[in-house]
Design a protein around this ligand. Structure first.
Ligand code: NAD
Length: 233
């Protein structure tokens, strides 16, 4: 199908759900994990999958935060054309939800309100001892040290680390939105991080309205637009 064909379908849709990943934010300057320029192509003594695990967080908290502050936080990043288009669709009443694996908060910065963050957000942080909540700025003030609460507890970002389960409310909301969608656009994700990747299976709408937008082809999908998501959306 041509881009115009996809556009016509999107214009007719009334309950679009967008399911996205790190590729949505690369045009904002935040590297993804699995592209050629992604974090997994760079050389580290300890692989990013290990550093970003719950086990590593508790065993090597200082090294975790060194990586986290250096590689996962991009304070200069601004929403790009993809974030903005999705926010526009929500305001027009065409898009019922965004389900994202991203933790950068850029959809909300673009004006989107119905966002299910499957992997949490760098903007929410909690003391592991007393439960007090902290903003990202509070964390950055303590950089490069381990961020600590007044009570002495380590402050942990509310991001889902490998080995942790997904937040219940976000999962419920995401599955409900996907199951009721009349179009599901899967964009900027390699669909390799589980269980999030399996959520696409809950889509029950027309097959031709299940559309993948990615820089590279994702196996198992009929309708794919290959290219930059900011341009294609
Ligand atoms: P991934 O790195 O595994 O895959 C990204 C995909 O996006 C790749 O297939 C790549 O080809 C594609 N892509 C990159 N730039 C693109 C563009 N401009 N247009 C279209 N496609 C583009 O990312 P993932 O599937 O989201 O899984 C990685 C995990 O890493 C997720 O859990 C996510 O939370 C986390 N992560 C988040 C951020 C962020 O919040 N911005 C950044 C890095 C990693």
């Amino acid at each position: 199908m041509t881009v115009d064909g996809y556009r016509a379908r999107a214009e007719r849709a009334e309950r679009i759900v967008f399911f996205g990943g790190a590729g949505v934010s690369t045009e904002s300057g935040i590297p993804d994990f699995r592209s050629v320029d992604g974090l997994y192509s760079q050389k580290y003594d300890v692989p990013p999958e290990t550093v970003l695990s719950a086990e590593y967080f508790y065993a090597h908290t200082d090294k975790f935060f060194r990586f986290y502050f250096d590689k996962m936080i991009c304070t200069d990043a601004k929403p790009n054309a993809a974030h903005k288009k999705l926010a526009e669709w929500e305001k027009q009443g065409k898009l019922s939800a965004i389900v994202t694996q991203n933790i950068d908060g850029l959809h909300q910065a673009a004006g989107s309100e119905k966002v299910f963050e499957l992997h949490g957000s760098v903007h929410r942080n909690t003391c592991t001892l007393c439960g007090k909540a902290f903003a990202l700025d509070d964390m950055l003030k303590q950089k490069p040290n381990i961020p600590r609460c007044d009570c002495g507890g380590v402050i942990k970002p509310n991001v889902v680390l490998y080995g942790e389960s997904l937040p219940y409310a976000a999962v419920n909301g995401a599955l409900d939105a996907i199951a009721n969608a009349d179009m599901l656009i899967v964009g900027g994700t390699s669909l390799t991080v589980y269980p999030a990747a399996s959520f696409v299976k809950y889509y029950k709408g027309a097959r031709e309205n299940l559309i993948v937008i990615n820089l590279t082809e994702i196996s198992g999908f009929e309708n794919q637009l290959i290219g930059k998501i900011g341009e294609l959306l």
